[in-house]
Design a protein around this ligand. Structure first.
Ligand SMILES: Nc1nc2c(ncn2[C@@H]2O[C@H](COP(=O)(O)OP(=O)(O)O)[C@@H](O)[C@H]2O)c(=O)[nH]1
Ligand SMILES: [Mg+2]
Ligand SMILES: [Zn+2]
Length: 302
């Protein structure tokens, strides 16, 4: 390990509570924040990171990132997109209307499993009639052990609160599912804050274009992230994907071919289980699309 030089010894510690491109807000102590940048083109810092920064006037330059407990991120062929560091729970928000993408839900859950982060599902807008259909779709997930919290964010967030205690949760979902409504209900000053930051960072829109960490209590924090349209998993191999679909785990190792990708191979134990209806056809369809994509992928950033 390198000895601290005069410079590193002078670094100060902080917690990244907002990330917008390469611009960050870092909390130094409760209620006190400093605006920071990274050096050069570095952008591998995420909300939730504990960092060391050098103070230059009233700004800071992030020099190092402390080792992370977890990192939740997505990736496509060209780059990794960090969502949150040190999160202990992913909260996947869906609703009956607009309809949600099951593939996207599965991909988020797979990303969470692969990162070693527990995940729960929140079904919002239970006041809407489309809820019955959504509950049917979500049945298999409950059977797999994912907690399903049902609520109407507009009227009562109490079903969710207990699930957030003691966690650093990261809220993810397609836009329109009610993430902002949930955050605004949990954190009364959040709406004002998003507006203020959008102005300051010149995005000019009052939507969540950046990730932001809010404190719910001494040990409970929630990270809001921009709405997702897709969730690339180019950092996974097909074998990683099979491990992250939890219902496939007990079947792995029983296929005829040791390197079976469980897509269409003969003697595949997973395909057999799907045919017998032991695992959800829809989940398996999602797995196959993902495994197929991952077996053809190229990643430029590795
Ligand atoms: N009926 C109903 N509508 C909701 C509920 N929660 C949010 N909405 C509405 O859904 C729309 C999208 O909500 P928003 O919080 O902006 O979603 P986001 O894009 O995920 O941040 C808005 O029109 C909200 O008023 C709910 O519990 N019930
Ligand atoms: Mg929103
Ligand atoms: Zn197989």
């Amino acid at each position: 390990m390198a000895r601290p030089t005069r410079e590193t010894a002078a670094l100060e510690a902080g917690w990244v509570v907002a990330a917008h491109g390469r611009r960050y807000r870092v909390e130094i102590e409760p209620g006190v924040e400093i605006e920071c940048m990274t050096r050069g083109k570095r952008s591998d810092v995420a909300v939730g990171d504990h960092v060391r920064y050098a103070k230059t006037g009233d700004r800071g330059i992030i020099e190092t990132t402390d080792p992370r407990q977890t990192l939740f991120y997505r990736s496509d062929a060209n780059r990794q997109k960090l969502i949150a560091a040190n999160a202990t729970q992913v909260v996947m928000v869906v609703a009956g209307s607009p309809a949600f993408s099951e593939d996207l839900v599965n991909r988020c859950l797979v990303g969470a499993e692969h990162a070693g982060i527990r995940a729960i599902i929140v079904l919002n807008k239970i006041d809407l009639p489309e809820t019955a259909r959504a509950l049917e779709t979500l049945g298999p997930y409950r059977r797999l052990g994912y907690d399903l919290v049902q609520l109407s964010a507009k009227s009562d967030l109490s079903p969710l609160r207990t699930h957030l205690e003691g966690h650093t949760s990261v809220l993810v979902g397609q836009s329109g599912m009610g993430k902002s409504t949930i955050i605004n209900g949990l954190v009364p000053h959040a709406a004002a804050r998003v507006a203020e930051i959008s102005m300051a960072l010149n995005s000019g829109r009052h939507t969540t274009t950046h990730a932001e960490l809010y404190h719910l209590g001494p040990d409970s924090h929630i990270i809001d992230s921009p709405g997702l349209q897709e969730f690339g998993l180019h950092h996974l191999t097909p074998a990683d994907a099979a491990q992250a679909f939890v219902e496939l785990r007990p079947l792995l190792g029983n296929c005829r071919f040791r390197d079976c990708k469980h897509i269409s191979e003969p003697g595949c134990a997973v395909l057999d289980a799907a045919k017998r209806g032991q695992i959800s056809q829809r989940r398996f369809g999602s797995y196959r699309r993902l495994a197929d994509e991952l077996s053809r992928k190229r990643q430029a950033w590795e």
